[in-house]
Design a protein around this ligand. Structure first.
Ligand code: PLP
Length: 434
């Protein structure tokens, strides 16, 4: 598999380079030169396969010339070792639960696969890999657990001070070993800017072998395609032929992976990009003007992104044609009050508890289904995190009903270790060099 830069289709590198360098030197993002289209027979029979079987077949189509089958299978079996069930919530409204991994968020798919692919490519005697990652909450935990004790890799996590939930903060800061955490006195966008700046700093690049674990890294996108195929398999079993996915979106990596699955032949009728009031993309689809802006803090904090880093990838998938894109993607945004209202309603009416990010995807799906009255279509909204990660948001009667998984119970009483820095780049750089 060969990658090109979204800024220059002639700038091409092998897959391994894209995984280790994350960003092309021209500051575009890497995309595969060829997106393989899967065998229609396989797609028609998806319902016969398990998640690891689907993951293996999909990744093999993409990576067959890069990683031999037996190694790929070992990577998949180790990385994708938890389920992603589709459950019916109400008529034609289904949830795809992506939070059954170790950090209780969908980012476990990307982080676990990426860490194992990197470790596969890291040969004996190679220079230590330094993974830098900015997190709005969930990436950090998934990456930390994904890379924990992977030899010859050091992970540095930047998180915005006071803007991640207590459980998320514990997940980031209590792990130790080859994982270190830095609290930045700023927003997620500030954390992301520091990381991006570091990747373009020749002094740091000379000294360290830097790579990113954010969704700008192509190896995170590939495993996120798996669950779209697997969800479709489950929808087939329910007897539906058409499916609409509603994706709670921040940096647009998750929906980008869904679009990649669609390009690979998965017959998805429509994607709903559901955002909070950080509505740069819904605004763009409405006005045709892309206006990045500073992020605003909301209850769905993992989606507080004012300039989604994967948006260029999505534009690239449509050759920059906004009209084509709008046929496949519909975007809606919701504020905190609407989010809370949705959480209440679904808890009271369907006895199901959604995290705030998931609630936004539910809202978008309900709206779209109402506007497109059809008995043929199954709607699937993606549940991106377990509700227990955001305990402060829920009213008492709801919070009481949340079943806390063992992953969280294990965190209780652990010591938090982290460094505090401002958002000034030189200070951050000095820390890395120190
Ligand atoms: C990261 C995250 C999102 C946003 O996903 P993107 O791929 O950045 O669009 C949504 N929900 C939760 C819970 C997340 O952790």
């Amino acid at each position: 598999m060969i990658l090109y830069s979204t800024n220059n289709k002639n700038l091409r590198v092998p897959f391994k380079d894209g995984v280790f360098n994350s960003l092309p030197s021209d500051k575009g993002l890497y995309m595969p030169v060829k997106v393989p289209v899967l065998d229609p027979e396989f797609l028609a029979e998806l319902h016969k396969f398990t998640l690891p079987e689907i993951a293996f077949n999909v990744s093999k189509a993409i990576l067959n010339d890069v990683i031999p089958d037996s190694d790929l299978k070992a990577i998949i079996d180790d990385a994708i070792n938890f389920d992603a069930p589709v459950l019916e919530i109400s008529k034609q409204i289904n949830v795809l639960e992506l939070f059954h991994g170790p950090s209780l968020a969908f980012k476990d798919f990307g982080a676990r696969f990426m860490s194992r692919v990197m470790s596969y490519f890291l040969r004996e005697g190679e220079k230590q890999l330094d993974v830098l990652v900015a997190t709005s909450g969930d990436t950090g935990g998934a990456v930390a657990l994904g890379f924990l004790r992977v030899s010859n890799v050091r992970v540095t996590i930047l998180f915005p001070k006071g803007k991640v939930s207590p459980i998320q903060e514990l997940q980031l800061t209590s792990i130790g070993y080859n994982i270190r955490a830095i609290e930045i006195d700023g927003t997620f966008d500030d954390c992301q800017a520091l990381v991006k700046h570091a990747f373009n700093d020749s002094v740091l690049k000379e000294r360290f072998r830097l790579t990113s674990a954010n969704s700008i890294n192509i190896s995170r996108l590939i495993p996120q395609t798996f669950y779209y195929f697997y969800a479709y398999a489950q929808i087939q079993r329910m007897g539906f032929k058409e499916v609409v996915f509603s994706v709670p979106s921040g940096n647009f990596g998750n929906i980008g992976a869904g679009l990649l699955a669609w390009k690979m032949g998965l017959p998805i009728k429509q994607f709903l990009a559901a955002t909070n009031i950080n509505d740069t993309v819904p605004d763009f689809l409405r006005t045709g003007v892309y206006q990045a802006r500073p992020s605003v803090q909301t209850w769905s904090n993992a989606m507080d992104v004012g300039d989604p880093s994967n948006w260029v990838r999505i534009m690239d998938l449509f050759g920059g044609n906004l009209e084509q894109l709008k046929k496949v993607i519909t975007a809606y945004s919701y504020n905190d009050q609407e989010t809370l209202g949705a959480i209440r309603k679904v808890f009271l009416e369907n006895n199901y508890i959604m995290c705030p990010h998931t609630a936004i995807a539910w809202l978008a799906l309900k709206r779209w289904m109402n506007e497109h009255n059809s008995n043929e279509i199954a709607g699937v909204f993606l549940a991106t995190a377990h509700p227990c990660k955001f305990p402060d948001i829920f009213p008492e009667d709801t919070a009481r009903e949340i079943v806390v998984p063992v992953q969280v119970k294990d965190l209780e009483g652990k010591e938090k270790v982290f460094v505090s820095l401002g958002k000034d780049y030189e200070e951050f750089k000095a820390y890395l060099l120190g």
